[in-house]
Design a protein around this ligand. Structure first.
Ligand code: GZL
Length: 330
């Protein structure tokens, strides 16, 4: 996390005015030509997978933006596996694409393959998630959210919610997928804020893999093993929605008996928020496509790009969700 913070400071933050835009490896959804053909840019993109509503919206944004930008997209779905992403990046290098972009499924283990891309003189752009490699020359920029800040926003809401109360507040936490930057940083940002008051106790914390299925299963075990749960902090809406099913099956009222904080603000999460089943959502926008394509064009043209492009996002209460839902793009 510290490394990324130094990158942010060193590279200068370009605050996005708004983020109108967040099968098999190397499958080409474009014309199939490799880079260097006509003046059409070929982009090789390796996506984490299809684990959540956020990821679906992110993929849609990238595919639609590539098409509208006239960029030939070779899209690869890694199904949540780092080895598939490394394979896809090597395929893109062999195919001599013009630019490589990817959302790293985990923070570590990218130095070797990114050095191969650098040696092949193919610019790389990180989107959505960061890596912990100290060599920032391995990629042109990282466009994505500040996950530590997202965790802090979640913690800040909880502190305000329980201001003036002294009884213990028992928290269970559904973490994102192990090793992923959003999981590591949302956990640390939240913990940093709540440690100021000893009444807050994280009594159980386990990965729900960012999926509804696993979020529900882990919440079931929490409910069986923890007789007194006051709050659930889920690192994304999908795990929170799965947990809601488990909470209701246990005869408890989500949002009332157990307060729930999640991150993302996808439509299903916002609907549960508007219905009072979730109490607070920290937004993490998946609509990174338009900005990514602008960065791809600059990288191809050899123009200078800020080391860090931070996406702009907010938070939602139930009332704000009711207002925002009709115009939500994802
Ligand atoms: C965050 C993104 C996370 C989302 C999850 O930028 O990487 O991965 O919060 C998704 O919903 O699975």
């Amino acid at each position: 996390m510290l490394k990324r913070l130094s990158i942010a400071v060193a590279g200068g933050l370009l605050l996005a005015s708004a983020v109108a835009g967040c099968g098999d490896s190397g499958s080409d959804t474009g014309s199939g030509k490799s880079g260097g053909g006509d003046d059409k840019i070929t982009l090789g993109f390796s996506q984490v997978g299809a684990e959540s509503g956020w990821r679906t919206a992110n993929t849609k944004s990238i595919q639609e933006s590539a098409a509208s930008s006239g960029i030939d997209l070779k899209f690869s779905d890694a199904q949540g596996k780092q080895e598939n992403q490394i394979k896809a990046i090597r395929n893109f290098i062999t195919q001599r694409v013009d630019v490589i972009a990817f959302s790293p499924v985990v923070e570590s283990g990218w130095g070797t393959v990114l050095k191969e891309a650098k040696d092949a003189n193919i610019p790389v752009i990180l989107t959505d998630r960061a890596i912990d490699d100290p060599d920032t020359s391995l990629y042109k920029t990282f466009i994505g959210s500040d996950f530590v800040e997202e965790g802090k926003k979640a913690g800040d809401w909880l502190v305000k919610e329980y201001e003036g109360k002294s009884d213990p507040v028992n928290i269970v936490e559904l973490q994102g997928s192990p090793g992923a930057a959003p999981a590591n940083d949302r956990k640390s940002g939240f913990a940093d804020v709540i440690k100021a008051d000893t009444k807050f106790k994280v009594i159980a914390s386990q990965t729900g893999q960012f999926t509804r299925t696993d979020g529900k299963a882990v919440m079931e075990t929490f409910l069986k093993s923890q007789p007194d749960i006051d709050v659930l902090y889920a690192h994304n809406d999908d795990m929170g929605l799965g947990a809601i099913e488990a909470i209701e099956a246990a005869g408890k009222k989500p949002g009332t008996d157990i307060k729930i904080i999640t991150v993302d603000a996808v439509k299903d999460g916002m609907t549960a928020l508007a219905d009072g089943k979730i109490n607070f959502i920290v937004e993490c926008s998946p609509l990174l496509g338009p900005q990514l394509m602008e960065l791809v064009k600059k990288a191809k043209a050899g123009e200078s790009i800020p080391q860090r492009v931070l996406t702009k996002e907010t938070t939602f209460t139930p009332e704000q969700a009711k207002e925002a839902l009709p115009s939500r793009k994802y």
